[in-house]
Every structure is written in C-alpha cells, then in structure tokens.
Design a protein around this ligand. Structure first.
Ligand code: DUC
Ligand code: ZN
Ligand code: ZN
Length: 480
C-alpha cells in the first residue's frame, strides 16, 4: 500500500521545510520535493503541517487506585491519544507488593507485573511501551531488574514519596540507579518529600481540613525541589542518567539547571497541567477535578516551567494521564454503552480519598500548540521535540518513532494550523465526564493521524481499532 502526502510543510524537532512524504506499507520511504509514485493514494496536505506522531512518555491506563480504577483503559486511552495526535504511549507497570499472590515466582514481582500489564494492553489501539514502577527493593528485586532489558523495558520509576506504599528509601533508589546504569537503563524519579507529606496530611485531617485545596497544601513545593536535587545528586555520584517526571515547581527547574550545568545527566519532563493551572483551581467547588500528585502550584511556577521549556532546560512534555470521573455515580456513554466507574466523588468528604490523576492524553498536543506555540512560549520545532522526538530519543525508540525520515514508522499527523475548535468534553474521547480545558479556544488541531501507515483518525472519524497497537521493545536511550 502506498500513500503519497503532497504539498505539506514538514515540522521536525530540527527544521521546517516543504516536502512530499511517501509511505509504503508501515514505513516512510521517501521525503522530497515533487515526489511521484505509481498507484499511490494521494493526500493533498497543502496549507497543512506534517508532524511525527506524538509520543506520550507518561500515562496510567486501567490503574487500580483507592478502590476504583482509572477510567481510560488501554483501548479508550489510546483512541483518545490518537485524536490528539499521539501515536505512541508509555504506561507504568505497577510492581506487585511482596505480599501479592502474583508476586510468588522469584520474589521480585517484576515479571508478574509485566505479564499482567501485557494482558491488559492486548486491546491496544496505538503503539505502546512500558516503564517499570519500582516500589520495593531487595536482593531478589535487584537480581530481577536486568531481565527487564530482554523484555524491552529499559526504565525504572522510583518514588521519594508515598511512604509505606510506593516509596523506596534513598539507599534503595541509589542501589537501583547503580543497577540501572550497569544495564543501560534509565531511572525516572517522582520527586516529593514523603515524610513531610505524611506529617502534614495527618495534621490537616486531625484539624478538620478535608477540602481539595489541602491536597496541595500538604504536599509542599520545597519537598519537590529538594528531592529533585537529592535524586540528581545520586545521579552525579553514580554518573548515571536520571529523568525527573512531572516537574511542577519552578525551583525544580532551577535544580535541574544547576545539575545540568555541572554535567549531571539529569533530564526533566513537565505536563500541561503544571503550565496552566494553580492551587486556585483546587479551591473551586469542583476542585477535585484538579487533584493529582504532585499538585498544582502557583502562577510563578507556571512561568518558570514555561521558561524551562523555552530555554531547553526541560526535555519533554508528558501528560501523566490518569483519568477519573468527577462524578462516577453518573454513567458516561462510551461507544454506545453506558459506563460508570467510581471516581473523584469517593473523596467528597476527605481529600485523601480522592483518586489522584487527571485526563490529558488527548489534550496535550492541541493545548500546547495554541497556548505554547501560538502564545510564543515555544517554537514549532520545540513543540515537536518535546511532544514527539525527545521522548522517543530518551526512551530508546528513535528514529523508529518521533521522526520524519525514511525508514521511520509512518506515524504521521497532518495538522491543520488554522482549524479553530472550542475545546472541551464534547470534543474529547477521554473516557471521563469532564475536561480541564473546557471552553478553551484552540487554533490548530490534528486533521488526519496515521499509525504505521494506517489512517486511524480522519477529522471526527475513528478508523482505528482495538488490536492495532503493537508493544514496542525499547533499547538504551539517549541522554539529552
Ligand atoms: N500521580 C497521579 O496523580 N496519578 C497517578 C500517578 C501519579 O504519579
Ligand atoms: Zn509520579
Ligand atoms: Zn504518573
């Protein structure tokens, strides 16, 4: 099958130029001016931009939490991603706790966790890969980590918060980072201060402070700043790369800059929610919609994060997509069926019971185009770098993904830079009952989305299906 996309303007992480693109079967085979190809189906992209499919390095589909589960699974979340121009997602595999019945095998629980996630993701509609959450660490776990490489999983996420649940102590993180380095793997760090959070949460609850705002007030920004430096310090000591996920505080950007200026291989991701929202959103009557961890901060933090993208201190924009319904007692119609999944209402009287997480996998590229590129914070090439190319490079998928080049997978977005959309839940395929960007005016939107040469989104039309997505085995990534 041949498809010839003619007259478009290609935007890569490095340059912008006019060219035609020839797709043969699943790959891009030629890029050049005035291409011709016998029997090719021609798509006229005059006036449109051609971008590589987005790569979202940070999602949580079908994730059990607080007695419910995140409401987008590995099909619905993939479909939503595709409508927003994303064709590859990387999801986090929970490590079963040692007490879990599925953790029996060799004691580390890693293989069992991955097997379970493979099963869940069999319904994939776009290409996907996994990161491994490392939430307990002992000799058995240490021995099992290298086996992840054979599975094509070259990343470990560690937490400096969620004491007694997800957190590793500093010694555990340090040892895991050493093993990761020896095996060409990358540690991703969730940076907050678990001890201080637990102290403040207990105090807030005992003094009757139960509203969503207290979610942010009990997770101080300084905890994120100091733990970012702490983890970067470990990376410096080991000479290992580290990637700080969901950076949300201006001071974290300062710490990242400090570390990078000293040659530390530290990289950083932020997410749209930390660029646009603040603790004030948690003070609204529907503040639970904005509950995620780490929390929203201040306008000053928003501005510093934008600056970090503008000057290249940060490398990627992920979503941390982990959708929940605002009111899960009311079903949502999804593909003709009523679906109700318990959500944020679980914490109506206690912020600690509100499932943590936000929708965003579809929203990322459209909102970053209008309010990032058009607003002058980042260039179109930076947009492609942060949303597509850098995640592919850092996580070992480049140039198969995130690239417009012969030999790359034909994951292509035809982007209409002039299309105006009043965005919100009505345009969103994310399976939840709200959208954080409700009523936002967008200019620029995906028109057609190809996954390995197959047209899966055509305007409003969904042409993809469950099973279209492939698991991507990843190799060693680059340090950017
Ligand atoms: N934060 C969230 O808000 N949800 C899922 C995981 C995370 O780190
Ligand atoms: Zn996290
Ligand atoms: Zn996350």
């Amino acid at each position: 099958m041949k498809i010839l996309i003619k007259n478009g303007t290609l935007v890569t992480a490095f340059e912008t130029f006019q060219a035609d693109v020839l797709i043969e079967d699943e790959k891009i085979t030629r890029i050049g001016l005035n291409l011709e190809a016998d029997s090719a189906q021609v798509v006229n992209a005059s006036g449109k931009l051609i971008l590589p499919g987005g790569v979202d390095p940070h999602t949580h589909f079908d994730l059990p939490m607080f007695g419910t589960v995140s409401s987008d699974d590995h099909y619905t979340g993939h479909k939503a991603a595709a409508f927003g121009g994303t064709t590859t997602v990387m999801d986090f595999v929970p490590q079963p706790p040692p007490s879990s019945p599925i953790s029996s095998g060799n004691g580390g629980g890693i293989k069992e966790g991955v097997d379970l996630w493979m099963e869940k993701a069999a319904k994939a509609a776009i290409d996907y890969s996994f990161h491994m959450n490392l939430t307990h660490f002992d000799e058995n776990v240490a021995k099992e980590i290298p086996s992840l490489r054979e599975m094509g999983i070259t990343t470990l996420k560690v937490f400096t918060a969620y004491n007694g649940k997800l957190r590793l102590d500093d010694g555990g993180i340090f040892k895991a980072m050493r093993i990761a380095k020896e095996n060409g793997m990358l540690v991703m760090a969730h940076c907050e201060n678990g001890d201080i959070i637990d102290t403040l949460v207990a105090e807030a609850l005992s003094t009757g402070h139960t509203t969503p705002e207290w979610h942010a007030r009990t997770r101080p920004a300084w905890g994120a700043v100091e733990s970012t430096l702490r983890v970067a310090g470990m990376a410096a000591e080991i000479d290992a790369p580290v990637y700080i996920v969901h950076m949300n505080v201006g001071g974290e950007v300062d710490m990242l800059k400090y570390a990078r200026e000293r040659g530390v291989k530290a990289m950083g991701e932020t997410c749209p929610q930390y660029l646009f929202f603040t603790i004030d959103h948690l003070r609204r009557a529907d503040g639970a919609k904005w509950i995620c961890s780490p929390p929203m901060r201040t306008e000053k933090d928003n501005a510093r994060l934008w600056e970090g993208l503008h000057d290249g201190t940060l490398q990627t924009v992920g979503t941390d997509h982990c959708a929940f319904y605002f009111d899960g007692t009311q079903p949502v119609i999804y593909e003709g069926r009523e679906i109700a999944i318990a959500g944020k209402e679980l914490g109506r009287d206690d912020f600690t019971k509100i499932p943590n997480g936000l929708p965003g996998v579809q929203d990322r590229m459209p909102v970053m185009w209008t309010y990032g590129v058009r607003a002058g914070h980042i260039t179109p090439n930076q947009f492609v770098a942060y949303n597509c190319t850098n995640p592919a490079r850092i996580f070992g998928l480049y140039p198969r993904k995130g690239a417009l080049t012969p030999g790359a997978d034909a994951d292509i977005v035809i982007w209409d830079p002039e299309k105006k959309v009043k965005y919100g839940v009505a345009q969103s395929h994310q399976r939840t009952d709200y959208n954080l960007y409700e009523g936002w005016e967008l200019t620029g939107y995906p028109e057609k989305v190809f996954l390995r040469g197959k047209l899966i989104v055509d305007g409003e039309q969904w042409l993809g299906k469950s099973g279209d997505g492939q698991f991507l085995k990843r190799g060693e990534g680059e340090v950017l």
